[in-house]
Design a protein around this ligand. Structure first.
Ligand code: CS2
Length: 494
């Protein structure tokens, strides 16, 4: 039983009058999209665009969300009939909307068959994903399927009861093929370079290991458009829940906090149809590559750098880091001098104002985006955020000392002890590996060797590159000696 003051279909009318709500009949919605990885980001981004399409009168595109791990999202949203609040926050105030595009949420480990049944429904035209970098079960340096990944080993042995996103996708495609139902389009919305291509590579390899004919069928008939997604979405806190309840009049078990900025650039390749997202602010292009590189290197590369160095310097949130001495100048110089020259041209795009806007977004005082949150999963993020940019600088014969400091910041962070000798809760699928490799090592040279031995992150090229070793080793030495605050303040000045 839902309570009187909890958000649900029955209590919608009690929302404060300034709160936007679904302007369509949710009982008439069909499920056209199954989304794998229904976390906060999806609910602040794709689900919001799709809510606007539903509001325009096209009821085909309700989203069935799937959690691949925990039941938390389902437990929060089910009593609310899938409804949740999005709070858009910046220094000038907050705006609240209730989003209605989620039809229901399934928890894959509880009932994989229910997920597969949903994925084979003929009304489902798109499977979208936000499963984070590690959800692709690949080796970060090469982005090819990690065939020894425990979930992949499991899913190859038990294809009809998968655990991984890849296993679910391939089994659902196999079943659709058998039923004579046309395949869905696969829409990766994760922060990976060429995310559609990457998803295609791991899906095809997995399918090949199962059945080469199935791989041929997928290669010939399934579309994998690439996308660039952007919106900053910090994890929700209890304080946020209180803010939402006070402002909207209804309690929401899991509201989403985000910023005004939102961007979605998508390759227009949907053979079985798609929502008219172009009418609600989505940009469709032939090739998303240049947008994706710009976003990954400028936004995410800076974000990770601010997260590691900022955490080490004792700052809790990105906006705190941006106010600390030297950080803003450091990140501006890194963007302008080291990242921008590596980007492919984007004609008609004003890169200077994009970068200025990025720094404003990082400063947003109303978003408490924790450095610790962004610091997670560094082993999966480093290649596309910093290392590929460095590769390009090396190729161009240009210096990259700030990017090198970002990488050294990660190495220092991943040792698991902060500058005051306190433990750091390092969350990363390879965390045990770092711990073993760096155990008992204290000098920059020994730590550098230990990390560069992880070729699944650095590749052989960087591990063997003297310039890279010198730049990162030097930065690490300075970090260990002077600490992050002093190192950044110095690096921003010269
Ligand atoms: C962040 C991203 O947590 C992180 O690693 O860098 O989630 C970032 O906020 C988004 O990509 C913004 O679009």
């Amino acid at each position: 039983m839902t309570e009187q003051n909890q958000l649900s279909a029955a209590t919608l009318a009690r929302l404060g009058k300034d709160v936007q709500r679904p302007a369509y009949d949710r009982n008439q919605m069909n499920t056209g999209i199954v989304h794998l990885g229904i976390g906060a980001f999806h609910r602040a981004h794709q689900a919001v665009y799709t809510d606007a399409v539903l509001a325009s009168g096209d009821n085909r595109w309700g989203i069935l969300g799937v959690s691949l791990r925990s039941a938390d999202t389902r437990d929060a949203l089910q009593p609310q009939d899938g409804l949740y609040t999005v709070a858009v926050r910046d220094g000038s105030g907050d705006r609240f909307s209730v989003i209605g595009s989620i039809t229901s949420v399934l928890v894959a480990p509880e009932n994989p068959q229910a997920v597969l049944s949903a994925m084979v429904e003929p009304s489902v035209k798109i499977i979208s994903l936000t499963v984070t970098e590690k959800g692709y079960c690949y080796a970060p340096a090469t982005a090819s399927l990690d065939e020894s990944h425990p979930d992949i080993v499991h899913d190859l042995a038990h294809p009809a009861a998968p655990r991984s996103a890849i296993g679910f996708i391939v089994e659902a495609l196999a079943r659709r093929r058998e039923n004579g139902t046309e395949p869905f389009t696969l829409l990766s919305c994760d922060n990976l370079p060429a995310n559609g291509e990457t998803l295609k590579r791991v899906v095809l390899r997995f399918a090949e290991l199962r059945d080469p004919d199935l791989a041929t069928f997928i290669r010939e008939s399934v579309a994998f458009p690439s996308t660039m997604v952007d919106r900053i979405v910090p994890a929700t806190t209890d304080t946020d829940r209180t803010i939402v309840e006070r402002a909207t009049g209804l309690r929401d078990a899991w509201p989403i906090m985000t910023e005004p900025f939102t961007q979605w650039v998508v390759e227009d390749h949907f053979p079985s149809g798609r929502p008219a997202w172009e009418k609600v602010g989505v940009t469709f292009v032939e090739d998303v590559d240049a947008f994706e590189l710009m976003k990954l290197r400028l936004l995410n590369g800076s974000h990770s750098t601010l997260a590691y160095l900022g955490y080490l310097a004792g700052h809790e949130t990105v906006s705190d880091v941006m106010q600390a001495e030297g950080f803003s100048a450091f990140i501006e110089a890194m963007m302008d001098e080291e990242i921008t020259p590596t980007l492919p041209p984007l004609s008609g795009f004003d890169l200077s104002s994009y970068k200025a806007q990025l720094r404003e977004r990082f400063r947003n005082p109303a978003l408490r985006h924790r450095t610790w949150q962004i610091a997670m999963d560094g082993s999966q993020k480093l290649p596309q955020r910093l290392l590929n940019t460095i590769r390009k600088r090396i190729e161009q014969g240009k210096p990259f000392k700030r990017l090198a400091l970002g990488v050294a910041g990660w190495m220092r962070y991943a040792t698991g002890t902060d500058e005051r000798g306190q433990p750091i809760d390092v969350r990363d699928p390879l965390a045990n590996d770092f711990r073993e490799r760096t155990h008992g090592k204290t000098s920059a040279a020994d730590l550098l060797d230990a990390y560069l031995g992880m070729q699944q992150i650095f590749g052989k090229d960087l591990a063997d590159n003297d310039e890279f070793r010198r730049a990162v080793g030097g930065a690490l030495e300075q970090l260990l000696r002077d600490g992050a605050a002093v190192t950044v303040a110095k690096a921003g000045r010269d």
